[in-house]
Design a protein around this ligand. Structure first.
Ligand code: FRU
Length: 440
């Protein structure tokens, strides 16, 4: 039956049928988190791009709704974003009924243009604006790569901002009605699926920075005045592996104030009626580190409802830790939190039936192959939280300073189970919890 297939993610969103890629149109409205996404409803492969749609009240339990945007004569429906037009700047709304407005790219063999659609029934049905496209910048950039509008309200100047991938980076446009857009500026060094948002550093409301994001999870930290982004730091990455093209929610209530991101998990699903999935929603924060301010990404607190009670141990040798984990190696859904203390090990970590979940190379500061410098460079301690689902693994290191995701490989006869490895490694702490599924 539905959601029971042997590779089906049990606590992540995936579509019932067909292909998915980028999250689109992420917006919170009247108690619902809306997740639209790049979707081919007909096949497991990338084609016929449409906007799929799912809603949730907690970002954990999702309900898939009918396709929101279908291809039309302007093109197929590429990535974009959605806002709530509370002041009816667009004129699409009705009294007491602000429009949910989507800005998306229509892709045709010739060009990629930016278009508008709106909904007056909480995203269930959509009307495409008769004046589409609203931006056609192919000639200006001498490039077809003009796509992925990311729109938000810039309160200080009371205008809309659009960040748009154009050729070799991200451009800023502004608008007063979501229809007429004025080009303002451009920053090079990014590719696809921009995002731009403001965050306090260490929660200090008087020390706020802007983060410019690109699809490969790279970012710059800087200033933004409503028209121009001025980088001060970067470019850095905070997440690697299977994640791509993440987006953050618009319109999270000020009383909540979180910046919440969902990334596309490029997890191939061989032999399944669906392909790929979404990764866990994470809260993004800016924190001062020994290297300066950096972006952290850590699962939203709503994930705690997925845990059952956990078992905990302290100060184990790797052999002892392996014995504790032996009971769990057959579980399809598991949460493991562990702190490792390395001494002169060059390489240490934890694997599951031959697949490395974490592997830290102390000589080159590589964590799962990516450069990562531990928060305390001399203690040689590393904490990893590992979320295993039927076909995926996500790892959050040192409270979200670095995260990593991958396909969970099928066992293929390897019955080794969990194995900590490394010379003179102490498993300072180990915590294991079974994880609940979200499907009825
Ligand atoms: C990123 C991307 C976007 C584009 C979409 C098409 O994964 O290439 O730039 O809008 O996918 O599906």
């Amino acid at each position: 039956s539905l959601y029971r297939e042997h590779r089906r993610p049990q606590y992540h969103f995936s579509t019932r049928r067909g292909w998915i890629n980028d999250p689109n149109g992420m917006v919170f409205y009247e108690g619902e988190y809306h997740l639209f996404y790049q979707h081919n409803p007909y096949e497991r492969e990338w084609e016929n791009m449409s906007w799929g749609h799912a809603v949730s009240r907690d970002m954990i339990h999702w309900e898939e709704l009918p396709v929101a945007l279908h291809p039309d004569k302007t093109g197929t429906m590429f990535s974009g974003s959605a806002v709530i037009d509370f002041d009816n700047t667009s004129g699409f709304g009705k009294p007491g009924k602000p429009a949910m407005v989507a800005l998306y790219t229509a892709d045709s063999p010739d060009r990629q243009v930016q278009c508008v659609a709106y909904s007056l029934d909480k995203g269930r049905s959509w009307t495409k604006y008769a004046g589409n496209p609203v931006i056609d910048s192919k000639e200006k950039w001498n490039s077809k790569d003009t796509r992925d509008p990311r729109v938000f309200w810039y309160a200080p100047s009371k205008h809309w901002v659009m960040v748009l991938n154009e050729r070799d980076g991200h451009s800023i446009y502004t608008s007063h009605d979501l229809k007429k857009w004025d080009y303002q500026s451009h920053v090079t060094g990014f590719w696809e699926c921009p995002d731009l948002f403001e965050l306090p550093v260490d929660g200090d409301p008087n020390n706020r920075k802007w983060v410019m994001y690109g699809a490969s999870n790279t970012y710059m930290i800087g200033q933004f005045d409503g028209k121009t982004f001025t980088p001060e730091h970067g470019k850095y990455y905070f997440s690697a592996g299977s994640i791509y093209a993440a987006q953050t929610f618009n319109n999270i209530p000020a009383s909540d104030g979180r910046r919440i991101q969902i990334g596309w998990g490029r997890i191939p699903q061989q032999g399944m009626p669906f392909n790929n999935m979404m990764l866990l929603p994470t809260e993004l924060t800016l924190r001062n580190t020994k290297d300066g301010p950096r972006l952290f990404s850590y699962p939203v607190r709503e994930v705690s409802q997925l845990h059952s009670s956990s078992q905990k141990w302290a100060q184990l040798s790797t052999d002892e830790a392996n014995r504790r984990l032996a009971d769990f190696s057959g579980d399809d859904k598991l949460y493991i939190k562990t702190t490792l203390r390395l001494s002169h090990a060059t390489d240490a970590g934890l694997s599951l039936s031959g697949q490395r979940l974490i592997g830290y190379d102390m000589n080159f500061n590589l964590l799962n192959g990516m450069f990562y410098s531990p928060q305390n460079p001399t203690s040689m301690e590393l904490t990893a939280e590992i979320w295993l689902d039927r076909s995926s693994v996500e790892v959050f290191v040192d409270g979200g300073a670095f995260s990593w995701s991958a396909e969970r490989k099928a066992d293929a006869g390897n019955t080794e189970g969990f194995r900590f490895w490394g010379n003179n490694v102490t498993v300072t702490s180990l915590e294991v919890a079974r994880v609940r599924g979200i499907w009825p």
